[in-house]
Ligand binder design. Structure first.
Ligand SMILES: O=P(O)(O)O[C@H]1O[C@H](CO)[C@@H](O)[C@H]1O
Length: 348
């Protein structure tokens, strides 16, 4: 506890902390260097500034098969045990990509569980993805927020593993999933900082056999053959357009294409995507949406345009994750407030 006490600052006289959490932080500090800010307000919200050390080790030994329903029930049981059954339930799940990171920090009455404490959850390696499960309320609804996602390129294209959190959120009770990503704009109407409502997607890895639904299918999760004709819920899209209009926001609707990454796409590849009807591109989201639809979860998706994808090799510019994070930082807060407004308007 001595080490821990040098790691936090109590910012409110009404704040309190749980000794097991602080012990956990202290253990982490022994092995890795990371920045931490504990912010104690009246609901005892704790915020990690960076919880994604590449060397972060899981705090459990349990082997989990992400396709096995019973294994996932045990993951959910562990979450309930750690945060309490009352807290470990939600109606709306939110996946924060590099774009909507700030929304996780606005969850009220937040209870935060680091991924490293959840059996079967791998570590997040991508800067900008904190690696926490956050339970609480937003816009008067019970939400669970994934602060950080698993990209297939980080996990040897193991898409079932990368969608484990979606199945876990399903078992925690969510009926609606709001998914967000940072994306490169292909359609010329899109500019840095714009928000694109996802109308449909092109799941490129799945077309080449990398689908989370490949392999053994437990019917308790849903059908073997899933129809994704209506992946992005029409009513939720309309609601978003209405809320956007009230806020005077320009909201584009378009098609998101997921490439495998992690290299950014060449101009010829971007031209190919443009030809087949894509408006924005990234390296995530489609695998999560596919699994959500198998479970019967309604989906609303947003792309925050962080860069303009290159279409011509003679006029191309370098794309960097720093640029992506920089624009996401500038526009993410506004986008997060907008999504919170939408959640307020959703009727369950
Ligand atoms: O999709 P999110 O997680 O927002 O991240 C996007 O940003 C990263 C590239 O800069 C890629 O991981 C891409 O998918």
């Amino acid at each position: 506890m001595g080490l821990a006490s040098t790691l936090f600052r109590r910012t409110s006289s009404t704040g309190h902390y749980d000794s097991t959490w602080i012990q956990y932080f202290a253990d982490e500090k022994k092995n890795h260097s990371f920045t931490m800010l504990l912010n104690f307000n009246k609901s005892t919200t704790m915020t990690f500034e960076n919880n994604n050390s590449p060397t972060q080790a899981a705090q459990h030994n349990q082997k989990i098969d992400p396709r096995n329903y019973d294994d996932l029930l045990s993951v959910v049981a562990s979450i309930r045990e750690q945060v309490g059954s009352e807290i470990a339930q939600a109606d709306i799940g939110i996946i924060c990509g590099s774009g909507l990171g700030p929304i996780g920090d606005t969850v009220e009455n937040a209870t935060i569980l680091p991924f490293s404490k959840i059996p079967g959850f791998p570590a997040t390696h991508v800067v900008g993805h904190k690696g926490n499960l956050v339970f609480g309320t937003l816009g008067g609804k019970k939400v669970v927020c994934l602060q950080g996602r698993f990209h297939p390129y980080e996990h040897n294209m193991d898409l079932a593993l990368c969608t484990l959190p979606v199945r876990v959120m399903h078992l925690l009770g969510i009926k609606i999933m709001i998914v967000s990503n940072a994306a490169g704009g292909i359609n010329t109407v899109l500019h840095h900082g714009d928000l694109m409502l996802i109308k449909d997607h092109i799941f490129l890895p799945a077309l080449a056999g990398f689908s989370p639904l490949v392999g053994c299918n437990d019917p308790r999760f849903g059908a073997r053959f899933v129809s994704v004709h209506d992946a992005y819920d029409k009513q939720l899209r309309q609601l978003s357009i209405d809320v956007g209009r009230k806020r005077g926001m320009t909201l584009y609707e378009g098609v998101y294409v997921m490439s495998g990454g992690p290299q950014y796409e060449s101009p010829a590849e971007v031209s190919l995507f443009k030809t087949v009807g894509a408006d924005a591109l990234g390296m995530s989201t489609c695998h999560e949406v596919t699994v959500a639809r198998q479970c019967g979860i309604k989906v609303l998706g947003f792309s925050l345009i962080t860069n303009i994808a290159n279409l011509d090799a003679d006029q191309s510019v370098e794309v960097s994750h720093e640029e992506v994070l920089d624009i996401a930082k500038q526009a993410g807060e506004r986008a997060s407030l907008f999504v919170a407004d939408i959640i307020t308007e959703i009727s369950l």
